[in-house]
Design a protein around this ligand. Structure first.
Ligand code: HEC
Ligand code: HEC
Length: 383
């Protein structure tokens, strides 16, 4: 669990989450200050790096708040995508529970052009090329409480928020952009943006590491722990539902109080074997590229086939559809799924979790469980 979240208040010093040179292949050493490089050279992957931000302090700016303000702007800036028009906040929309209310995300385009040219090649700039619109292979997760996870994405291929934020910009199906060619020049052309980097980091250098850092810091504020469940204020029906929740073994994986174990399980979600985009098998955690190590490592582990991350459960009423592929539109369907003992094991390697068994719940118990999930876990967003 990200211990750095509470550490920003130390005067004159901020704790920077895992933005180490080792994690950032596109980030040349010259993009980092000497201090950051020397720190990161010693820091193992996924550890915290401490940097001074004296200039912001001298200017009278709270660097932590400046970092959050910068992250908010980056997250909602459609100009950072290619072609311009998609921001993080369009798929992770605060009005839609920080998701998109769709089974699969809708991104800018394929990472190839209509001509078949890969956008990374110089030919991509040739006039007349048009990008193809494309869906993301998986459901867009909410950002609510994503700071509790140390491995993000449904297959856990990224690290925490400050690590994850560097990837969507460059993903073809999402924002199809590039820090060096597009994002950094776009930011540097805007004096207000540059000042925001000065306020947050003490100088005007714009890097991928700094941008990801700021977005992560902003996302860490999207935190909800004031639901009736948190406040001990469940009504009668919700309290009955909570009793069903614990008696049914839900907390084995949806571990209290975060309601996730930050780990991966095969529950037999109906189309868990199928990547809806490509038609290829989506084996989740079992077949992933580990982005937290450099160079990235391709992992193929049959014992983990068809396992997906246990999501957190607060704000469920506004974060549907549910599961890694948006298989269920309603919480009633989710409860019915668990009551039947999940779905068939599509892994081919026998990975379905033994804790997923038929429950035999009575209709009143199902209704109570739905009430707990739908209203018992609804909070207000704390900013
Ligand atoms: C086209 C829609 C789209 C855009 C644009 C987009 N995302 Fe996502 N986001 C997704 C999808 C889909 C996933 C799940 C992908 C997976 O698990 O393989 C995801 C996953 C995530 C996660 C992991 C959440 C979790 O619980 O594991 C975070 C955090 C996130 N996105 C933040 C961002 C940020 C920051 C940006 C902008 C830099 C961004 N996203 C842009 C669709 C989008
Ligand atoms: C063996 C671990 C495990 C147990 C036990 C378990 N879950 Fe889950 N839960 C998961 C995983 C993993 C997912 C995501 C599966 C996927 O997307 O393929 C999930 C997804 C969900 C979701 C969808 C959340 C979202 O945002 O998409 C809900 C709701 C949920 N579980 C509720 C429950 C309830 C209620 C119980 C008890 C009846 C329960 N879970 C028992 C692991 C578990």
């Amino acid at each position: 669990m990200g211990s750095h979240h509470s550490l920003g208040a130390t005067p004159g010093v901020l704790i920077i989450g895992l933005i180490t040179g080792a994690l950032l292949p596109a980030c040349s050493p010259s993009e980092l200050s000497a201090r950051e490089v020397s720190e990161s050279a010693q820091a193992p992957t996924n550890t915290l790096v401490v940097v001074d931000r004296p200039i912001s302090e001298e200017l009278g700016v709270d660097p932590q708040q400046a970092l959050i303000n910068l992250g908010r702007r980056l997250m909602f800036d459609v100009d950072l995508s290619r072609p311009r028009g998609v921001s993080c906040g369009m798929c992770h929309d605060p009005q839609l529970g920080w998701g998109d209310a769709r089974p699969q995300g809708k991104g800018v385009q394929d990472n190839t052009l209509d001509s078949g040219v890969n956008y990374h090649s110089p030919d991509a700039a040739v006039a007349g090329n048009r990008f193809k619109t494309i869906l993301t292979p998986r459901n867009t997760p909410t950002i609510y409480n994503a700071h509790i996870f140390s491995n993000l994405f449904w297959d856990g291929r990224a690290g925490d928020l400050r690590h994850q934020a560097q990837f969507p910009f460059e993903a073809g199906p999402e924002m199809n952009s590039n820090w060096v060619d597009h994002i950094i020049p776009t930011i540097e052309a805007d004096p207000t943006y540059v000042q925001m980097f000065v306020d947050a980091f003490g100088d005007s250098t714009v890097t991928r590491a700094r941008g990801s850092e700021a977005i992560g810091a902003y996302e860490e504020t999207i935190s909800v722990f004031d639901s009736p469940y948190d406040l001990g204020a469940l009504d009668t029906l919700e309290a009955q539902g909570y009793a069903v929740f614990t008696a049914s073994g839900c907390t084995t994986c949806h571990v209290e109080p975060f309601l996730s174990d930050d780990s991966f399980h095969n529950t037999g979600v109906p189309t868990a074997g199928v990547n809806a985009l490509t038609g290829a098998t989506d084996l989740g955690f079992g077949v992933r590229t580990d982005l937290t190590v450099e160079p990235n490592v391709a992992i193929d582990e049959p014992a983990d086939y068809a396992k997906f991350k246990t999501p957190q459960l607060r704000m469920l009423a506004v974060t549907g559809p549910y599961m890694h592929n948006g298989a269920f539109a309603t919480l009633e369907e989710v409860v019915e799924f668990y009551d039947q003992g999940g779905g068939p094991d599509l892994s081919g390697t026998g990975t379905k979790d033994v804790n997923i068994q038929p429950l035999g719940l009575a209709p009143a118990e199902k209704a109570a469980l739905v009430a707990f999930l739908r209203t018992g876990l609804m909070g207000t967003e704390i900013k």
